[in-house]
Design a protein around this ligand. Structure first.
Ligand SMILES: [Zn+2]
Length: 102
């Protein structure tokens, strides 16, 4: 039988146990501002199309829209929800001691 593991910390997620799906979506934002193109707009479009030919379509797509799904344990779900950019400097030890079995 395949063992399911938390994609955050690698901890085993037993069958029937508590686990979470974390969905991550990101998409390009547009603030409505268009910079005026210096020169002929037709040339600009041709340049853009030429540049796009050299880029992998998947990379191009991910520049605009990206979606990821992760299966994680409660600790990783809580940690992600609390500090998605790892900038609060919280201590893993103090938090892990609260509700985890080892
Ligand atoms: Zn985890």
């Amino acid at each position: 039988m395949t063992v399911l593991r938390c994609q955050g910390c690698g901890r085993e997620l037993p069958r029937g146990g508590l686990k979470y799906i974390v969905e991550l979506k990101s998409f390009a934002d547009f603030d409505g501002y268009l910079e005026e193109y210096p020169g002929d707009i037709e040339d600009g479009i041709d340049e853009l199309l030429d540049a796009m030919e050299d880029v992998d379509p998947n990379t191009l797509e991910e520049d605009v829209y990206m979606e990821r799904t992760y299966v994680v344990c409660k600790l990783c779900r809580d940690r992600f929800a609390r500090d998605p950019f790892h900038d609060s400097g919280y201590e893993e030890g103090e938090y892990a001691a609260k509700g985890t079995l080892h």
